[in-house]
Design a protein around this ligand. Structure first.
Ligand SMILES: Cc1cc2nc3c(=O)[nH]c(=O)nc-3n(C[C@H](O)[C@H](O)[C@H](O)COP(=O)(O)O)c2cc1C
Ligand code: SF4
Length: 482
């Protein structure tokens, strides 16, 4: 939690060496966040958070203080709120939450405890994928340390493990999992009551009761990303002005960046917000391989592609918005001039079409059709009509979408077609060799500077089974009753 200023290393949430012991954490300044929050009280703590300008690091960049104030504003005399830590990291090209949980687990727990204090929660759930064994173990150990120190007083904290599906990270799907159902996003009013079912029809998710101020019952659940919460102790202990000494006005603080793809190495590093993307790619990834030229980057599979001509863009929400993209979770997949971007588009399309839950018909059916046409484009059987069909389906894939996944399909694939039409047309004209879609999958790990993909994605069927043949049923249909 020390900071050495712009231009130099800025280490606030990702220490140079893991801090896994409470004494070491306290020596580095840990524990002052929860102590200060208790001294300040909820209102002043939320005020500090708002003044800091901290924005959610889960992808959307929503102002954290505003979210906390809204949850606190719905406080109920009947039931306390719950804080859920979103540690379900599954965005392809992103490893920053696991890097933080592995090297600074106390900060994640302390941040969640400050959040609980601020919104009047008596429960914190640290939600991780069931494959995140290392992170779960380290968080459990940190939790024991925090309990010993008395930081958890009045709050029950537990680690909860969920499925490996991409949608588990979507916050309403995550709440569904905590309620014992598959990770299918809820209809999206801003806040639905409770983690557990509360309301007249507990067996009917569609009949859930929605929170309204002063209505009693249960307050909404606060869901924040791991990195967001890891920033909280420092803000509360050292103040909003300290937090703002790094970054831009609209996007203050640091951002933990992952760089993978066609770079010399892969890795995760904490950088000042507003660092130019090109510099981030250089510092974290070592830039392009010899005799190669970088042509584009993607922030996960969530935002339009960034052509190399825009690599001066600062790592900020406003900077990325100005070039027509989005910062997302700052997990950058980088491509050089040796990569077939039509095969990349086909791989992304397959990933998103498979991961779609199928509650919204266009998302699943148009998504699978886009994936199929792009696979044909990259193979020998594709023609111009496949490209026309892709455009047609992209126009409708997000119709009536309940969550953002369908829009991701539309904007990511659409941007690759618009910015890099050549590989697509060269394939259908037979001027490029046939190629398989690139495997697009969540990162399993980064080992010695090399990203390891979760290769089970390669055999995952659109019905979310790993059967040899897909059943043709959407996951929402196949798994809802199970
Ligand atoms: C398909 C999809 C996947 C997501 N995956 C994650 C994830 O793995 N981790 C995460 O923190 N947020 C993820 N999000 C964003 C969350 O829904 C939510 O915005 C976030 O947890 C809020 O926390 P924040 O305000 O601290 O950023 C995802 C969203 C979508 C649409
Ligand atoms: S948009 Fe797609 S992923 Fe999201 S809820 Fe609808 S079908 Fe499921």
């Amino acid at each position: 939690m020390t900071q050495s200023g712009l231009g130099a290393d800025v280490r606030r949430v990702l220490p140079a060496a893991p801090i896994l012991d409470r004494r070491a954490y306290e020596l580095a300044g840990g524990g002052r966040g929860i102590a200060t929050a208790r001294k300040l009280g909820p209102d002043a703590t939320i005020k500090e958070l708002r003044a800091s300008g901290l924005r959610g690091r889960g992808g959307a960049g929503f102002p954290t203080g505003t979210k906390w104030q809204t949850v606190a504003g719905y406080a109920s005399p009947d039931v306390a709120a719950t804080v859920v830590v979103n540690g379900a990291e599954g965005e392809p090209g992103t490893f920053k939450d696991r890097a933080i949980m592995r090297s600074n687990p106390f900060a994640v727990v302390e941040g969640a405890l400050v959040a609980a204090h601020a919104v009047g929660a008596d429960r914190v759930v640290l939600a991780l994928k069931r494959s995140f064994d290392i992170e779960a173990e380290l968080l459990e150990a940190a939790l024991d340390g925090c309990t010993e120190a008395g930081w958890c007083e009045g709050v029950a904290v537990a680690v909860s493990r969920g499925p490996t599906d991409y949608l588990f990270g979507e916050e309403t799907a995550l709440l569904e999992v905590l309620d014992g159902r598959p990770p299918f996003p809820r209809l999206a009013p801003p806040f639905r009551q409770g983690v557990d079912e509360i309301g007249p029809e507990p067996d009917d998710p569609g009949g859930a009761v929605f929170a309204t101020p002063g209505a009693g019952g249960a307050p909404p659940t606060l869901v924040n990303n791991v990195e967001t919460l890891a920033n909280v102790p420092g803000i509360v202990a050292d103040g909003a002005a300290w937090f703002r000494t790094v970054g831009s006005d609209e996007s203050p603080g640091t951002v933990v960046c992952t760089v993978t793809g066609d770079t010399v190495r892969h890795g995760v590093e904490e950088l000042a917000m507003a660092t130019p993307l090109g510099e981030a790619i250089e510092r974290v990834g070592g830039g392009a391989a010899q005799d190669r030229r970088l042509v584009a980057a993607l922030s996960g599979v969530a935002n339009p592609a960034i052509p190399a001509a825009d690599f001066a863009v600062p790592l900020s929400h406003e900077g990325f918005r100005a070039i027509g993209s989005g910062l997302g979770a700052a997990g950058f997949i980088v491509f050089d001039d040796g990569t077939d971007l039509a095969a990349v588009a086909a791989g992304i399309s397959r990933f998103l079409a498979v991961e779609s839950c199928g509650q919204c018909t266009p998302c699943k059916l148009d998504g699978l059709a886009i994936s199929d046409h792009l696979r044909k484009v990259c193979g020998t059987e594709g023609n111009q009509l496949d490209l026309v069909a892709v455009e047609d389906r992209l126009a409708t894939v997000a119709d009536g979408a309940r969550c953002y996944l369908a829009t991701q399909h539309q904007v990511v694939v659409g941007s690759l077609l618009r910015l890099f039409p050549a590989p697509f047309t060269r394939h259908v004209e037979g001027r490029l060799d046939e190629v398989d879609p690139v495997l697009v999958a969540p990162l399993h790990d980064i080992v010695d500077g090399v990203a390891v993909l979760d290769d089970s994605q390669a055999t995952k069927q659109p019905d979310w089974s790993h059967d040899p043949v897909d059943s043709g049923k959407a996951p929402a249909e196949r798994l809802a009753a199970s």
